[in-house]
Design a protein around this ligand. Structure first.
Ligand code: SF4
Length: 224
């Protein structure tokens, strides 16, 4: 089914994007931040955690720690306590401190704006780098693939790949570059509201006509 360069598939993707843009005109990054550094920290914290929970934690965190060197002044224990409720707090503390150290020592406390440099930071993988580049710098470096994007692109028949990197590779072929950043936000909004993991609301879905997994067509509930 998946065929890169497939004209019909690309056309369907364009229609899906158009309809979702109309349904979610305010779709944007849901991690609260006021600069690239805060977004980087929030994205590290968002691993295995909801954006909602991250926003609760960062409301205090960003008041206490304003720049990379601030994270280096406290003990691991103190930072772990500050981010504990986001889960995996020991690993996240290691990543945040490691990243803060590199930013302070090599980048004058600023966040670099290239994929290669971001991937050098401890605990920063492609997804985090894409989030920061796309949302803080407006650089369309790739497509963020999270759990919602994975689920929805499978249901919509846009990819059969299983890993985030391979899914991203398929999507890059299908999604117009100008929409690389908004595409993930649209699918995340739609995934939260309508195309939920369990019992998706196909009858209320604005892209139902374009979706091969709709239970109105298959008679079977996706995800069941
Ligand atoms: S039709 Fe159903 S499965 Fe397809 S995108 Fe919409 S809610 Fe999801």
């Amino acid at each position: 089914m998946r065929a890169s360069g497939d004209k019909q598939l690309k056309e369907r993707v364009k229609q899906i994007i158009r309809l979702l843009k109309r349904a979610y005109p305010a779709a944007k990054c849901s991690l609260n931040h006021s600069n690239a550094f805060e977004l980087l920290i929030a994205t590290i914290l968002s691993a295995q955690c909801t954006d909602e929970r991250v926003n609760i934690v960062t409301a205090d965190l960003f008041r206490k720690y304003r720049k990379p060197e601030d994270y280096l002044k406290v003990s691991d224990k103190e930072l772990q306590k500050d981010i504990r409720t986001t889960g995996f707090f020991r690993n996240k503390t290691k990543s945040i401190k490691g990243t803060a150290k590199v930013l302070t020592e090599s980048y004058g406390g600023e966040v670099p704006d290239t994929m290669d440099e971001l991937l050098e930071l401890p605990g920063v993988a492609r997804k985090t780098a894409n989030v920061v580049l796309g949302n803080a710098f407006g650089v369309k470096s790739g497509i963020v693939v999270d759990t919602h994007v994975t689920r929805l692109t499978h249901r919509l028949g846009l990819t059969e790949q299983k890993t985030a990197e391979k899914i991203e590779r398929d999507l890059i072929e299908l999604v117009p570059r100008k929409d690389w950043v908004i595409f993930s936000h649209l699918l995340i909004y739609h995934g939260r509201k309508i195309c939920k993991a369990r019992n998706p609301s196909c009858a209320e879905c604005v892209v139902e006509k374009l979706c091969p997994s709709s239970y109105l067509k298959t008679g079977q509930m996706p995800g069941s």
